[in-house]
Design a protein around this ligand. Structure first.
Ligand code: ZN
Length: 491
């Protein structure tokens, strides 16, 4: 297969031609959610970005193995006051098995992703289900001499690693910057240096998520699961590693260090990072009162929201920006996305009703070329949307009779629009939905009524014509009279 896909590689800081290690197959790993809270606006962007990548790679004919992990060991966020793990704390307070808490939020995450049209990855491994692989990975780093055991915990020896390889390649930091920006420890730590990070932590007596290991009863350090699980499912070398920009340091930097220490080389060939969502120009955070869950967005139940926004509005909003650009959430921006999506879907509906002519005054290959070039240019979804909008104008001209199209060109145009709008951008017509099936019986009924109305008009029976139009309007169907016949759309 011939691919002209260019991807921006965060590691080399330039766009590179994408060539998989094994022709025709792609291995991709993306850091997934930590499941100790409701899925929120911040989850939408990486999920949609890498879903777009997954869909596009598949559409190019690659066989893609997409691994997105579930962080359920719960070491990512500690309660600032007590240093207690959040899953553990909630479980202790509510007398739940920690896995009940993780399961509850995993289910909610899956439901939100389904609403956003984010397809399921090929494999969704849980950190808690891969403790054996993580222990083995820690052992490999110890055997290679880049870690040390201290009081039952295992730490990565950053200084030793930095001398052999270079620490900070991804984030562009060097060890001196990191030393300058690391708080000094309070002397109680088992670490040799403040910048060393845990590969395995000995559990304190009250810590309830714990597993036996050669070093102590404890739990893996927060970067270990991704090194261990990507190696387990994609091998020691794979094509793409993705995640949000906020994970670049320390998480991905530490992943690179762990993999390089254990395997002698970095695992991932292309590192891809999506930019963050800000809210009215501010970073999202619980303490700022601008933390919005996806459920609140879908139902409009948050003080910052002027209305509810449908899942496809959120998806379209994310796709309207290039994944490496910042994206600022505001009611105005969301309302604009809602209108834009509506315009696009109406164009798709109009396209379904266009009748072919003997000759074409338009060239549908133009749309295919533009969409393909945009996606090949580092997944430039806003350029795809802009090409589609240009063609919505053309479609309206075709409906008005200002332009014409042959049956063959019409079929090609419909195929291109379907491929980019539904298969690659992953959008769905929410108004027509409720029922994909619903559309199928609504269309012939409406067409039949419009044919009756046309007969009434031909007979100058204006009362009957208006009755049919008003009846359709009451059912949420707007009739638009065209030069020849009439057209309709759902309101
Ligand atoms: Zn990760």
């Amino acid at each position: 297969m011939e691919s002209k896909l260019q991807l921006y590689n965060t590691l080399t800081r330039r766009k590179e031609a994408f060539e998989p290690l094994v022709p025709g197959r792609v291995g991709m790993y993306v850091c997934g959610p930590t499941v100790y809270g409701d899925p929120h606006l911040g989850h939408a962007r990486p999920a949609v970005t890498f879903d777009l990548m997954f869909r596009y790679l598949k559409s190019l004919g690659y066989k893609v193995r997409y691994v997105r992990n579930i962080t359920d060991v719960g070491h990512l966020e500690h309660d600032a006051d007590e240093g207690e793990d959040k899953i553990a704390k909630k479980a202790r307070l509510e007398q739940l098995e920690p896995m009940e808490v993780a399961h509850y939020y995993t289910e909610r995450y899956h439901r939100a992703m389904e609403a956003l049209g984010v397809g399921s990855p090929s494999i969704e491994p849980h950190a808690s289900g891969h403790i054996i692989e993580q222990i083995a990975f820690v052992q490999r780093i110890l055997d290679a001499g880049f870690a040390y055991v201290s009081n039952g915990s295992v730490y990565f020896d950053v200084e030793k690693y930095n001398a052999a390889h270079r620490y900070g390649r991804l984030s562009g930091r060097n060890l001196d910057d990191i030393v300058a920006n690391t708080r000094e420890l309070d002397g109680q730590s088992d670490k040799r240096h403040s910048y060393d990070f845990a590969l395995w932590k000995k559990a304190s007596p009250e810590h309830i998520m714990r597993w036996p290991s050669p070093w102590s009863d404890g739990f893996p350090g927060w970067h270990m699961e991704c090194s261990a699980m990507s190696t387990r499912y994609l091998g020691e070398r794979f094509d793409i590693h993705g995640g949000g920009m906020d994970l670049m340091f320390p998480h991905h930097e530490c992943e690179i260090a762990q993999s390089t220490a254990a395997l002698g080389h970095d695992s991932a060939r292309y590192w891809v990072h999506n930019n963050m969502i800000t809210i009215n120009g501010q970073k999202m955070g619980k303490s700022l009162g601008n933390f919005i869950t996806l459920e609140e967005l879908f139902t409009g139940s948050h003080a910052l929201l002027a209305q509810a926004y449908s899942p496809m509005t959120i998806r379209f909003f994310v796709l309207q920006a290039h994944y490496r650009s910042t994206l600022d959430f505001s009611n105005e921006a969301l309302q604009a996305a809602e209108k834009g999506l509506d315009r696009l879907m109406k164009g798709v509906e109009t396209l379904a009703k266009i009748k072919p002519a003997a000759a074409s005054t338009v060239d549908p290959a133009d749309l295919e070329r533009r969409c393909r070039a945009a996606m090949d240019d580092d997944l430039n979804s806003p350029m795809v949307i802009s090409a589609l909008f240009d063609w919505v104008r053309t479609i309206n001209q075709l409906a008005d009779g200002a332009q014409t199209i042959t049956a063959e060109d019409l079929a090609a145009l419909r195929a291109t629009v379907d491929r980019y709008v539904f298969d690659i951008l992953g959008l769905r017509d929410e108004k027509a939905a409720g029922s994909a099936a619903g559309r199928d019986y609504v269309t012939p009924l409406v067409e039949m009524l419009l044919a009756e109305r046309l007969k009434a008009r031909a007979a100058k029976d204006w009362a009957a014509s208006d009755r049919i139009r008003d009846g359709l309007a009451a059912a949420g169907i707007r009739v638009k009279d065209r030069k020849e016949g009439s057209d309709w759309e759902l309101e």
